[in-house]
Design a protein around this ligand. Sequence first.
Ligand SMILES: C[S@@+](CC[C@H](N)C(=O)[O-])C[C@H]1O[C@@H](n2cnc3c(N)ncnc32)[C@H](O)[C@@H]1O
Length: 299
Amino acid sequence: MSAITPSSNTVTTLTTWTILDLLQWTQKYFAEKGIDTARLDAECLLAFVLGVDRMRLYIDYEKPVGEAERATLRELVRRRGTDRVPVAQIIGSKEFWSLDLRVTADVLTPRPDTETLVSAALGLLPDDRAPARILEIGTGSGAVALALASERPRAQVVASDVSAPALAVARENAERCGLLDRVELRQGALFEPVAGQRFDLVVSNPPYLAEAERPSLAPELAHEPDGALFAGPQGLEVLEPLVRQAPDALVPGGGLVVECDPRQADRVAGWCREAGLLSVTKHRDLAGRDRVVAARGGG
Ligand SMILES: C[S@@+](CC[C@H](N)C(=O)[O-])C[C@H]1O[C@@H](n2cnc3c(N)ncnc32)[C@H](O)[C@@H]1O
C-alpha cells in the first residue's frame, strides 16, 4: 500500500506500516471518496482483517502489520471505497440492539434508527414476564424479531418475509442468538402466513422508499435487496395495506408499531385512525425525525 501526500499526489512507499499508518491512510482515502464514516469504516475493516476488536487497534497503534494482512486490507478497502459495498456486508456482520447479527446481500443491514422501532414496541409490551405473541412482518436479518425476543423472554415471535434467502439469514441469526426455540420463521406477504391469527404486538419495518428516489440514493443501497427498500411509486405499497389490515391481526388492546420515512409519518398515523386504532403516537429517530408510528387496537 502506498501513501499519497495531499499536496503533490506523489506516491511514497513506507517500508513498515503500523496500525496507525494504515488507519490514517484508509481514513483519508475513504474521506476523499466521499464516505461520511471514513474513520469508523477504516477501523472496522482493519480490526476485521487483524481479527481483533476496534479497541485493540488503539492499544496497538505502533504495531507493524505484515504484508499478507495489508494485501487483504487493500482488497477490502477497494470494495468499500470503489464499489461502495457497505462495511457490514464486507465483514459479514452488524451489531443491532447488542446482538451480533450475520448480514449478507440478501438482507437489509439493520440500521441504528430501527432501534427506535424496537424501543416503541417494547413500550407497548411493558411487562417483560408476559407470555406475549409477537408478529414481525418483513424480518430480513431477523434483527427486530430477535431484539424483541431477547427483551421479552416469555414471548413467542413469528417473523415473516416474502424473501426465502432473507429468511435463511434470519434463521441463522436466531440460532446464533440462541432464540430459535421462540422465533418461528414463515414465508409470505403481509399477514398471509398468519391468516386468522391474532397477536399482542405487530411490528414492521417494511420497504418504504419511492421508486423515483432511486437515482438520488447513496451508492451503498445498490448492494441491498430491492425488495427491502422500494415499495412502488410513492413507497407506500406495503405500508398502507399493512396498517389497514393490522386491526384484524390484533387482540383487543394489542399494539401496532411501524417504521416509515419521516415524510410518511402523518399519513401513516391517519391510516391508523381510519382503521379504528387508538392512542396513535409518533416516535423520533436518532436525528429527531418522526420515524415510527405506534397505535393500539380498540377494545
Ligand atoms: C426494510 S427491510 C427490514 C428488515 C429488518 N426487519 C430490519 O428492520 O432491519 C424490509 C423487509 O420486508 C420484506 N418484505 C417486502 N415486502 C414484503 C411483504 N409484502 N410482506 C412481507 N415482507 C415483505 C423484504 O424482503 C425485507 O426483508
